[in-house]
Design a protein around this ligand. Structure first.
Ligand SMILES: [Zn+2]
Length: 448
């Protein structure tokens, strides 16, 4: 081989080697330069006895491989939670920090999230903290002090509890799974709160009644109420559904009902589905309430009315001799002359005025602290949402709108959307003994 050709081949080999080395170095350099995982956390300032933390971890390349949450306090590091992947390029890590079990003390601490991806890099570094969050650990639950409570309550009835909840961000009364918000009452330096509670008509015996408070760190304090639940019986009725009623009511309440289908099917949709919707609406409207009592004294029962249906009456519906449905009636049906005036039962503010499924044209008046009255089947409404009304002021006229047989007023009392018997609130003595007494015991001004 001539010398010149040999020199050319050497040059080519050297060039190739050079290219391979440069290519490999830049490839490895690129792999090394790919950013490692990044993370964000839902904001947290305080850690309580038990705090859930949510982190979102993202890998620039590859998958999130593992994540570890550590708490550093006074030079000591504890692992609060560890999760091994691979998770995918994005991972949501939820860790519950049990401060007591981890031996953490009250005061400052730093939460660290350690995480890495599974992307190969020529130089492997150890895991590192990708996120640090300074926090304050607060392990002291709010201090609950009972100041007064209604002594005797009954299913389908109401009661009041007055208490202090020092250090609480939120405090409520509870009847089983139902929660009743509390409101500050009286001089601020006393720190007293009151909550009206309602026991559902079908309250199961042994349902716990209590108060609960939660602070900003999520620490919870609860306390049972020394309240005696006295049983109460409710009536049963049967209702015969007639064709003339179906012909009048199904098109009014369910205009989309196909004419080819029997009317009784439409009735069952109204009686079940629209009734359920009305119950949900009552709960929703019940959360719009004044934080102070607006009512004064006993609630007004419209004069010269005849009661023809009671609170929590269980109604069995028959059609052509066949039992078709069972529902519970949550108010008093009061009949007088047609289109008679409907007075507001007490002082308050109108929070609902308009059609409400089976209730027809309806007005709901808020009396504060979650106490509301409902007026249904009206032929005419004279008030609008936001109006302040006085006790006895005309809200509208009775009628037959909604699922009503004959002109009457359907009247309900609600506590945070839960129906209770109006009998208690029509009775000045009941109010004195069951609402006034716990307020007096708490040293609070009585609601007149
Ligand atoms: Zn009714």
């Amino acid at each position: 081989m001539p010398r010149r050709s040999r020199a050319k081949i050497y040059l080519l080999i050297v060039l190739l080697l050079f290219l391979v080395v440069v290519g490999s170095v830049s490839y490895l350099g690129w792999r090394q330069s790919v950013p490692r995982v990044s993370a964000t956390a839902t904001p947290v300032r305080l850690l309580g006895q038990r705090t859930d933390l949510t982190f979102r971890v993202e890998a620039a390349r590859g998958n999130v491989a593992r994540a570890e949450v550590r708490v550093v306090q006074g030079g000591r590091t504890v692992v609060a939670g560890k999760q091994e992947g691979p998770f995918g390029p994005r991972a949501q890590i939820v860790v519950t920090i049990e401060s007591g079990a981890l031996g953490l003390r009250e005061g400052g601490a730093v939460i660290e999230l350690w995480s890495r991806d599974d992307f190969w890099r020529p130089l492997r570094f150890d895991d590192r903290a990708v996120l640090t969050l300074p926090v304050t650990i607060d392990l002291t639950p709010p201090r609950l002090e009972l100041l007064g409570a209604t002594q005797y309550v009954s299913p389908g009835g109401a009661g009041l509890v007055a208490f202090r909840a020092e250090g609480a961000a939120h405090a409520e009364a509870r009847a089983g799974t139902l929660a009743f918000p509390s409101f500050p009452l009286g001089p601020p330096e006393r720190g007293a709160r009151v909550a009206l509670i309602a026991l559902p008509w079908d309250l199961q015996p042994g349902t716990p009644l209590g108060i609960a408070a939660r602070d900003e760190a999520g620490n919870v304090a609860t306390r049972g109420l020394p309240v005696e639940v006295r049983p109460r019986r409710f009536p049963h009725e049967t209702i015969e559904v007639r064709d003339a009623f179906l012909q009048a009511k199904v098109p009014e309440l369910l205009p989309q009902h196909p004419p080819s289908r029997p009317l009784i099917e439409g009735f069952l949709v109204i009686n079940r589905e629209q009734r359920r919707q009305a119950e949900e609406a009552k709960r929703r409207i019940g959360s719009t309430t004044a934080e102070a009592p607006l009512w004064e004294g006993a609630f007004l029962q419209p004069r010269n009315t005849k009661v023809f249906a009671n609170f929590a009456e269980t109604r069995t519906y028959f059609y052509q001799g066949r039992e078709i449905d069972t529902q519970v009636h949550f108010g008093y049906d009061l009949a007088s002359t047609r289109q008679s005036a409907v007075p507001a039962a007490n002082k308050g503010a109108v929070v609902f005025a308009g059609p409400l499924t089976i209730y027809g044209n309806t007005v709901i008046v808020d009396h504060g602290l979650g106490l509301q009255t409902l007026y249904a089947h009206l032929s005419h409404i004279d008030v609008k949402v936001g109006d302040q009304v006085d006790r006895g002021q005309e809200l509208g006229r009775t009628g037959t709108t909604g699922l009503a047989i004959g002109d009457h007023l359907h009247y309900e009392v609600l506590v945070h959307g839960v129906s209770v018997t109006p009998l208690e609130w029509w009775d000045a003595k009941w109010i004195r003994d069951h609402i006034g007494k716990p307020l007096r015991a708490a040293g609070l001004p009585e609601i007149r």
